[in-house]
Design a protein around this ligand. Structure first.
Ligand code: M6R
Length: 366
């Protein structure tokens, strides 16, 4: 059932190009500019009423929500808050009939996410769910449902659910932007076409697997690791750091690179391993100067950048490229490097990749 792979996580990483294609086909295509969001009934009139969007989820799904916040705010110009479900539900959030809640949940059964949904519905808000499991509680209780067609995800560490959630978030964001006429058709086309290329970009990353494996085996004794990024890369850094902790038990932290000077750089000493995400063209120069700062303290830097930004090689010790793309959707390919890195570090350290200690696939109790 693992299809020749040692672990489900490895298989699921490799399934991502297909999972993404399945999630996007029938919704968007390169031939026409329609966006068909199957069971989403939220139309122009309803959308006009909405003045606030919350995106609520746990763990990896929350990290996808952060990227969703970025995309919806950018394209649809509505204020969006992304929040962890177990925080949202206990803080008496401001919710009324003008509120749209988007929940993300692979399993559709996470207790805190469900509780957040019920709270919003009780207060008259509208709930849209992105889930991977047909017939799950989340899918039954939401007003609108959009499925990630990732197929069953068995490994505790989420991979293909996350990348397909990103695709859904982008499709929703473009759709809302077009409904509200807050993005131009040209820009929507650019992002849609870039999104459709994401499966190929993941295939390209997967081809670099041997090099990532080598990097992992070289560094498997590391005790701490830092993930740095700016903008969307900061959110991807959070996901990379969670994956690392979860399956390799290496202590790691994700940090917005601009915050280094406000504390964390005190921890950077000789040979501290830093994974620097530099895929955002607009923020590239800023990242380069952050890399210089940590390098001056002796850090060892693995960087990820778009192919066009070769100047990264002057600063980083090791560089992995993603294919050139729109900054907005670069996260989809970037995270795959981090999944593969966490995977090989977990294997190299002799951990049980698919069933990390103390964790369950879905958290149905508080
Ligand atoms: O089923 P859900 O998407 O609601 O699960 C949410 C989290 O429990 C889940 O993403 C968790 O963080 C993963 N194990 C991370 O890899």
């Amino acid at each position: 059932e693992k299809g020749g792979y040692d672990y489900f996580m490895h298989k699921e990483i490799h399934e991502q190009p297909k999972a993404l294609r399945d999630t996007m086909t029938s919704r968007i295509s390169s031939e026409n500019d329609d966006i068909v969001l199957d069971q989403i009934k939220l139309g122009k009139d309803e959308m006009e009423k909405i003045n606030k969007v919350y995106i609520v989820a746990c763990g990896t799904a929350y990290h996808a929500g952060l990227i969703g916040k970025f995309a919806i705010e950018k394209y649809a110009r509505i204020p969006v808050e992304a929040e962890i479900a177990s925080e949202f539900r206990y803080r008496n959030p401001i919710v009324d009939e003008k509120t749209l809640l988007i929940v993300l949940s692979q399993s559709g059964e996470t207790a805190d996410t469900l509780a957040a949904m019920r709270l919003v519905r009780e207060r008259g808000g509208r709930v849209m769910a992105i889930t991977n499991v047909i017939g799950s509680t989340v899918s039954r209780e939401a007003d609108d449902v959009m499925y990630t067609w990732a197929g069953p995800e068995i490994a505790v560490a989420s991979t293909k659910a996350y990348t397909t959630q990103l695709a859904c978030m982008y499709m929703i964001a473009i759709h809302l932007g077009l409904l509200k006429e807050t993005i131009t058709k040209e820009y929507a086309d650019r992002i849609r076409l870039a999104l459709l290329k994401a499966p190929e970009e993941i295939e390209y990353v997967i081809k670099q697997e041997e090099r990532i494996k080598e990097f992992a085996y070289k560094h498997f004794k590391v005790e701490d690791m830092f993930f740095l990024g700016r903008g969307l890369d900061n959110y991807v850094a959070m996901e990379g750091s969670l994956k690392m902790k979860e399956i390799s038990y290496i202590h790691s932290e994700a940090y917005p690179a601009g915050e280094l000077k406000h504390g964390t750089i005190a921890l950077v000493v000789d040979d501290t391993v830093i994974i620097a995400l530099c895929t955002q063209e607009e923020l590239f120069e800023k990242m380069l100067s952050n890399i210089k700062e940590v390098k001056a303290r002796g850090a060892y830097i693995m960087a990820i950048a778009q192919e066009k930004n070769k100047s990264i090689e002057r600063e980083a010790d090791e560089v992995f490229y993603i294919k050139d793309t729109e900054d907005d959707v670069a996260s989809i390919a970037t995270v795959v490097y981090l999944q593969i890195l966490a995977y090989y570090l977990s294997v190299a350290r002799g951990c049980d990749v698919d069933k990390p200690r103390n964790l369950a696939k879905s958290v149905t109790v508080e």
